[in-house]
Design a protein around this ligand. Sequence first.
Ligand SMILES: *[C@@H]1O[C@H](CO)[C@@H](O)[C@H](O)[C@H]1NC(C)=O
Ligand SMILES: [Zn+2]
Length: 188
Amino acid sequence: MLDACPAAVFSILNNGQTMLKQGTCRTKKTWPRTFSQEELKKRLSPIQFHVTQERGTESAFRGEYTDHKEEGTYSCVVCGAPLFRSETKFDSGSGWPSFYDLVKEESVTATDDFSYGMHRVEINCSQCGSHLGHLFDDGPKPTGKRYCINSASLGFQPKDAPSASSHPSSGEGAEAGAGGSSGGKIEL
Ligand SMILES: *[C@@H]1O[C@H](CO)[C@@H](O)[C@H](O)[C@H]1NC(C)=O
Ligand SMILES: [Zn+2]
């Protein structure tokens, strides 16, 4: 039934904003890796589930990786696919982990997102389709891109740790650094 869905219809408002007229009409896409919602509800924290499966957004400055500066690789919390390297992480001041490049171009899938009366580019994991965050064009050189990503959609593998995706049990990267520590760490 959703297959017969026509392309979304947009109208330009007087103020130049684009607005979705014909809403929530989405073709169901299949991803290389799928996980049952039931399993994910058990495995993920409520915020991880909300962000990755329900397009949620964590509160700014609250995510555990916003000020995280360790060397390593950030991966999809749902399927483990590597997404970003610490070398491309930068402090955007936005309150969310920000990166100017991907591990691999194909790691994420970008789609137009017209929710909240704005036009943004939504970023999902290309392997499992999990929502990660949004992409903006005001990032630093050399790419000029800013991947604004929810901590709750990410896992982290420190550079010199064995590849097993175990997360440290206590206080990783907990040095109170220059950026000032913003309390609200989400327990995994
Ligand atoms: C990205 O993930 C969200 C789930 O949080 C989903 O609603 C959305 O449709 C996904 N985007 C695409 C292009 O499938
Ligand atoms: Zn994934």
